[in-house]
Write a protein of this length. Structure first.
Length: 167
């Protein structure tokens, strides 16, 4: 039983380190988007994907340990949470588990907030780019058009001149 508790604490500490890396990547993602650095942004996306895969492996391992703990405590594994584990039995690891739980909850909230901020920045940057492209397109169309947007005829610009060589 104590081995399962220690394994769980170890997995949670690994998850905390992984979430710290993820938070750092989200901050770097903000800088990449704000700096319009596509290469840097793509590198960060690849790193995030790697962290997500690592997180999934850790989560699978954590689920296996939690199921084993639930079975050893004769509790249903389906809705067995970290909070229920801490409440179920007195163990020296409970304080570590509670601290890991608090840290993970804070990290999850930080990740959620940073994700939302990055999403808003990406949407704003995308809208800004669309408006810039529309402005450039409109300027190009106006320079080629013989008419103003109000329908009036544009005076022709003298783009070429005729020179009489008979004189």
């Amino acid at each position: 039983m104590n081995r399962l508790y220690k394994n769980l604490v170890n997995l949670l500490l690994q998850k905390i380190r992984l979430y710290n890396e993820f938070i750092d990547l989200l901050r770097k993602e903000w800088d990449a988007v704000a700096g319009y650095s596509l290469d840097h942004f793509n590198d960060i996306m690849n790193q995030k994907e790697t962290l997500i895969v690592k997180s999934q492996v850790l989560e699978e391992n954590r689920n296996r340990v939690m199921e084993a703990l639930a079975k050893s405590l004769d509790l249903p594994a389906g809705d067995f949470t970290l909070n229920k584990l801490i409440s179920a039995r007195q163990d020296p690891c409970n304080s570590k588990l509670a601290e890991c739980r608090r840290r993970l909850l804070r990290q999850i909230e930080t990740i959620r907030e940073l994700n939302e901020k990055n999403k808003l920045l990406i949407n704003h940057s995308s809208l800004s780019l669309k408006k810039s492209m529309a402005f450039i397109h409109r300027c190009d169309e106006e320079s080629r058009s013989s008419y103003y947007s109000n329908g009036r005829l544009q005076e022709s610009r003298m783009q070429s001149r005729l020179l009489n060589t008979d004189a």
